[in-house]
Design a protein around this ligand. Sequence first.
Ligand code: ATR
Length: 271
Amino acid sequence: MKLFGVLGDPVSHSLSPVMHNAVFKALGMDCEYHAFRVSTENLEKALYGASVLGFGGLNLTIPLKEKALDIVKPTELARQIGAVNTVDLKEGMVGYNTDGIGAKMALARRGIEIKGKNVLLLGAGGAARAIAFELAKDGAKVTIANRTIDRAEALVKDVIKIGKAKASGFEDLKDLISDSDILINSTSVGMYPKISETIVTSEMMHKDLVVFDIVYNPQNTLLLKEAKKAGATTIDGVMMLVFQGVESFKIWTERMPPVDIMEKAVREKLA
Ligand code: ATR
C-alpha cells in the first residue's frame, strides 16, 4: 500500500482525496490518499516524515504553498510562480506547481488554443500567478486586470521575463473584453457564500469569447451564467481542479489518470 496526501490548514474540505482515491480504485492501484492538517511551522517536519514513511507524493494547499519553496527543490516554473502545490518524493523532494497547467489543460480539452490569443486574466493573487506564467510561457498575450492595480503591475514585471503581459485596473474592462479571446476569473469573486457577485456581466461580453471561471463552488457561478447569456463558451472551475490533479498524478505515478472519473468524483462531492 502506497500513501499520498494533501497537507494544509484548513484542509478538511479538500476535494483531492475523493478525486485521487477514485482514480486509485478505477486503476486497481493499492494506494490511498488522505488529508492532513499541517501548520506552516510544521511543514518541514511533515515533508521529511512523509518522505521517510515512503509516501508516494503530496499536494500542498493554503497556507503551505509558498513556504515549501524553502524546503523542497522547486522546478524553475514553481520558483517563478513562487508556490509549490505538488511534491514528488521519488528522489529527494521536488516541488512542482500544476495549477497553471491545470488551467491550460482545461482550455486544451475544449479545443481552445492559447498561442497568440488575447487573454484577460482577472486577479493577481496566487492562482493568477500560476495561470499567468503558464499561459505567457505558451505564447498567449496576457492582460492582468486587478482591483489593486499595483499587484497586477508587480505580477506583470515577473511574467514579462518569459512572455507577453500587461497590467490594468478594472476601469476599461469592457474595452479589454471586446479585444479578448479568453476571459479568466482567477479572483474569489462569486465564490460561495457570495454567489450573487461578478466582476463582469453579459453586456460586456461577446459570443466569440471563452469564459473560464476558476471558482468551483458553486459550479455554475454568476459569471458563467452571464457568459451563457452572452452566447460565450464557458468552462468551470472543476476542470482546473481536476487537471491540476491530473498533472500531480502523472508526476507521482508516471501514469495518465482517467479524467472523466476524476471529474465525476469531484462533481458528485460538490453536488
Ligand atoms: P488566491 O491565492 O486564491 O489567488 P489571493 O492571493 O488572496 O488568493 O488573491 C485574491 C484575488 O482576488 C486578488 O486578485 C484580489 O484582488 P486584490 O489584489 O485587489 O485584493 C481578488 N479579489 C478578492 N475579492 C475581490 C473583490 N470583491 N473584487 C475584486 N477583486 C477581488
